[in-house]
Design a protein around this ligand. Structure first.
Ligand code: 5GP
Length: 188
């Protein structure tokens, strides 16, 4: 792991390396295969952060799946949730009567996910399951439905493996914590 590459500049430490990520994703995929059996779930990826996780997860699954994406407003260049969620891109697929698997990168306050679940639930899918790669240890996050969590992490701002800071760091193959100096440099 070379932190001197441009993409790794500003990283303070690696929280979850590539090997651990991929091993856990294989386990999660096997659980999902067993859970859905002969059914074909519709994987709903939450853009942009869940792209990396979703593509690895679906390739580790051996059952048939259909995929679609939604985009909701995120934090912008800030590291704190505004609590305001907006749909920026909606699904192309009809979901009534279908089995949905919502694929999230990270659950922090749980506000984004709660909003999505409310929106999707009103469209009468057969059922909704939620898989999140990361979940922060937080009292608020505990109340939202998450059926499968890859890793529970401390309440720190993380980047990498799909997660950004001001648009950067999504292409790191690991999950990392930024150097506080990096946050101070670019935060508005
Ligand atoms: P929540 O609504 O649960 O507070 O936040 C959900 C969204 O905020 C995530 O899908 C992600 O886009 C963003 N987010 C939450 N925590 C972090 C974090 O530690 N790092 C990054 N890069 N994004 C985060």
């Amino acid at each position: 792991m070379n932190l001197d590459q441009p993409r790794g500049r500003g990283v303070a430490r690696i929280l979850i390396d590539e090997e651990r990520l991929q091993a856990r994703i294989r386990e999660m995929a096997a659980e999902l295969d067993a859970h859905y059996g002969k059914d074909e779930p519709l994987l709903v990826g939450v853009l942009n952060g869940a792209v990396t996780f979703m593509t690895d997860l679906m390739r580790a699954m051996s059952i048939h799946v259909v995929i679609d994406f939604m985009a909701v407003s995120s934090y912008g260049a800030s590291t704190k949730s505004s609590g305001v969620v907006r749909i920026l891109k909606d699904l192309g697929e009809e979901i009534e009567g279908r089995r949905l698997l919502v694929v999230e990168d990270i659950v922090d306050s749980g506000l984004t996910l709660q909003y999505l679940l409310d929106v999707l639930g009103r469209r009468n899918p057969k059922d909704i399951r939620v898989v999140a790669l990361l979940k922060k240890v937080k009292a608020e996050a505990a109340s939202v439905q998450v059926d499968q969590v890859g890793f529970t992490i401390p309440d720190e701002f993380v980047v990498g493996y799909g997660l950004d800071y001001a648009g950067r760091y999504r292409n790191l193959p690991y999950v990392a914590v930024l150097d506080p100096a990096t946050l101070n440099e670019t935060e508005p």
